[in-house]
Every structure is written in structure tokens, then in C-alpha cells.
Design a protein around this ligand. Structure first.
Ligand code: IMP
Ligand code: MG
Length: 184
């Protein structure tokens, strides 16, 4: 299926659509078990989590609501600057809420370390971190996900919400770009 203009930029597929689908169903079922009888708030970290979020909430039929926060730490580079900025803040009071933070990828850990602290100061009762991808090789902060979809090697990945320079978010699988895409 590598025939679209965009897909010609993909060097290799790391996680297929089918693998993502079945893992997301498992994650949804696990969250259901953990939160049955409760009303957690799914809190997506924009923009990267937007695809994962829509699949995950449908894989977990709890009476839950959703919220988003948008942060930026990359400014179009492929390595985190370490400075996390809130671009779009919470639109509701989260005091006493059980949060399920939904992230696309846990990389250096700067983003989630910052957000976890931020949500605790805002009064969250509990925080569960769910990340589609975990890239442990580059962790700079002592932070771990409670649930992770896939562990990925130390390569910059795109697709299923993840971007390079705001592109490739709509690629339906997780892939690695050809080197010339970065240099060009
Ligand atoms: P961290 O703060 O370094 O853990 O990075 C978290 C954010 O950086 C993620 O939510 C992604 O938006 C972005 N990011 C980290 N690694 C990658 C990657 O390999 N591809 C695309 N985005 C990434
Ligand atoms: Mg992100």
C-alpha cells in the first residue's frame, strides 16, 4: 500500500494497523477493569494523541468524559528542547478526578513529568498514564507509563497521530521516515 505521495517518504513500518488495533482493544479492556464503577476523565495530550484517543475511548466502554490539553516542546525539531509550554489549557476543573492521561509517545519524559506535576497541583485525585509508544532509550526524567502499547527503538517515528513538522499524522501505522526527508 506504499503508493501515496506521503507513503513514499516511509522507510519502514514499525507497527502495523492491525497490531495497533488489537493492542488498543487490550488497553481499553485493561482500563475498563481498572476503572469499572468509576468515572475517569480521559485527558488527551494534543496534538499527537488525537488518533489514539479516539480509538482508545471507543475500546473502553466506561461512563467517562474527555478533555484535552495542548503542549509543545519540540518546535519542529526531532529532539525535545526540554521546555514544555501549555498552548491550550484545560477547559474544566479537575479537582478530585481520576485522570487517564493519553499520550502518543513517552520519549525524554519532559512532557509527562511536567504534566503530571501540573495536574496534581490542579487537584487530580489519581493519575494513570497511558502511552501508545514508549521509547525508554532516551528517558531524561524518572517517569514511567502505567500502560504502554508498544516499546519502540531509539528512532524518530511518525504516523497514527505522530508528526514530523506537522505532517504524517494521518499515516495509519507507525513508521520511520527515509533519511532524505529530514535533510530535504
Ligand atoms: P518527551 O517530552 O520527550 O517525552 O516527548 C513527548 C512528545 O514529543 C510526544 O508527545 C511527541 O509529541 C513528541 N515525540 C517524541 N518522540 C517522537 C517521535 O519519535 N516522533 C514524533 N513525535 C515524537
Ligand atoms: Mg505529543
Amino acid at each position: 500500500m506504499k503508493n501515496s505521495e506521503m507513503e513514499q517518504d516511509i522507510l519502514k513500518v514499525l507497527v502495523t494497523e492491525e497490531e495497533i488495533h488489537s493492542r488498543v482493544q487490550e488497553l481499553g479492556a485493561e482500563l475498563y477493569r481498572r476503572f469499572e464503577g468509576k468515572k475517569p476523565l480521559f485527558l488527551g495530550v494534543l496534538k499527537g494523541s488525537f488518533v489514539f484517543m479516539t480509538d482508545l475511548v471507543r475500546a473502553c466502554q466506561l461512563k467517562s468524559d474527555i478533555e484535552f490539553i495542548a503542549v509543545s516542546s519540540y518546535q519542529n525539531a526531532t529532539v525535545s528542547s526540554g521546555r514544555v509550554q501549555i498552548i491550550h489549557d484545560l477547559q474544566q476543573d479537575i479537582t478530585g478526578r481520576d485522570l487517564i492521561i493519553v499520550e502518543d509517545i513517552l520519549d525524554s519524559g519532559h512532557t509527562l513529568a511536567f504534566l503530571k506535576q501540573y495536574f496534581l497541583t490542579k487537584g487530580a485525585a489519581s493519575i494513570t498514564i497511558v502511552t501508545l509508544l514508549d521509547k525508554p532509550a532516551r528517558r531524561a526524567k524518572a517517569i514511567a507509563a502505567d500502560l504502554a502499547g508498544f516499546v519502540v527503538p531509539d528512532e524518530f517515528v511518525v504516523g497514527y497521530g505522530l508528526d514530523y513538522c506537522q505532517l504524517y499524522r494521518n499515516v495509519p501505522y507507525i513508521g520511520v521516515l527515509k533519511p532524505e526527508v529530514y535533510s530535504g
